[in-house]
Design a protein around this ligand. Structure first.
Ligand code: DHB
Ligand code: FE
Length: 282
């Protein structure tokens, strides 16, 4: 059976793509953010995952507001990146893991998650940048991917509880996959940020730190909140933390316990309070 090694989570912010392109990792503005990654890259080089299942939210590149699936799973041999409007350099396509895609799709449908299946899927900064951060220096990270898109963009959003359960179902499916591959799950987005409206620039450090703490010790903590409460606490885009919750559901599927590899929290990068976490399944 496949081996679920652990979970990763990081903020995704288009400006990170520009900073990597210009080699600004040591600039005083960027250093506290980029300095969080080497211990995790080191760990990944040791545990050598074959495939990464990515929970993320599309930002109008593959799905626009006229067609917004709640959950969409990629089943493509490769995933091309394109610029959804930020002007950051486009990255090379990421190879897909078709076998795992179809295994997850079958398992999720069986478990009554009525997902959209995408045999073609463009990926935006939310899916591409984490690979540049966790595998720096690689033109293409040495892994295959299965992208799982969660609607954190246009209401109605799936509830935090539902997203956690989706993650658990994905984790169960990975563990039941007849393969010798080593798999990591990744959630991208957050932490608190709001890009528009009266509260543009809103950041809530107290909530973020509680959320980060819950990711280690009390993973279902955030499922007590409605999506509107999460928007109130974390901002209209901070609700991207739903992707972290899916990752956390996946690693704790079947009652597995986790230990923290490394984490970081830094305010701000662009408009966002950035969070970073790696958990290893014990
Ligand atoms: C920013 C953050 C995001 O999550 C995003 O998708 C786009 C921009 C920002 O802080 O600039
Ligand atoms: Fe985002």
């Amino acid at each position: 059976m496949a081996h679920l090694i652990g979970g990763l989570a990081t903020s995704h912010i288009p400006a990170i793509g520009g900073a990597i392109h210009k080699g600004k990792q040591q600039d005083p503005y960027w250093k506290p953010f980029f300095d969080g990654f080497p211990p995790i890259s080191h760990w990944l080089a040791q545990v050598k995952p074959d495939t990464v299942v990515v929970f993320y939210n599309d930002h109008g590149l593959n799905f626009f507001l006229d067609k917004m699936p709640t959950f969409a799973v990629g089943a493509a041999p490769e995933y091309r990146n394109a610029d959804e409007g930020w002007g950051i350099p486009t990255t090379a396509p990421l190879p897909g893991n078709l076998d795992l895609s179809w295994h997850l799709i079958n398992h999720l449908i069986e478990r009554e998650f009525d997902i959209v299946t995408c045999q073609e899927m463009l990926i935006d900064h939310a899916c591409t940048l984490p690979f540049k951060l966790f595998w720096p220096g690689h033109e293409v990270a040495p892994v295959k991917i299965v992208p799982i898109n969660i609607n954190t963009v246009q209401f109605p959003l799936p509830t935090a509880r539902r997203v956690y359960k989706l993650g658990q179902a994905v984790g169960e499916a990975i563990r039941a996959w007849d393969s010798s591959e080593r798999v990591v799950v990744l959630g991208t987005g957050g932490l608190s940020h709001q890009l528009e409206g009266e509260r543009a620039g809103f950041i809530n450090k107290r909530f973020d730190l509680q959320f980060l703490d819950s990711m280690e010790s009390n993973p279902e903590w955030a499922t007590q909140f409605s999506d509107l409460e999460l928007v109130e606490k974390a901002g209209t885009q901070g609700v991207e933390l739903l992707n972290w919750l899916a990752m956390r559901g996946a690693v704790s599927a079947g009652g597995a316990s986790v230990k923290k590899v490394h984490g970081n929290y830094h305010i701000p990068i662009s408009n966002t309070a950035t969070g970073l976490l790696a958990l290893e399944v014990a």
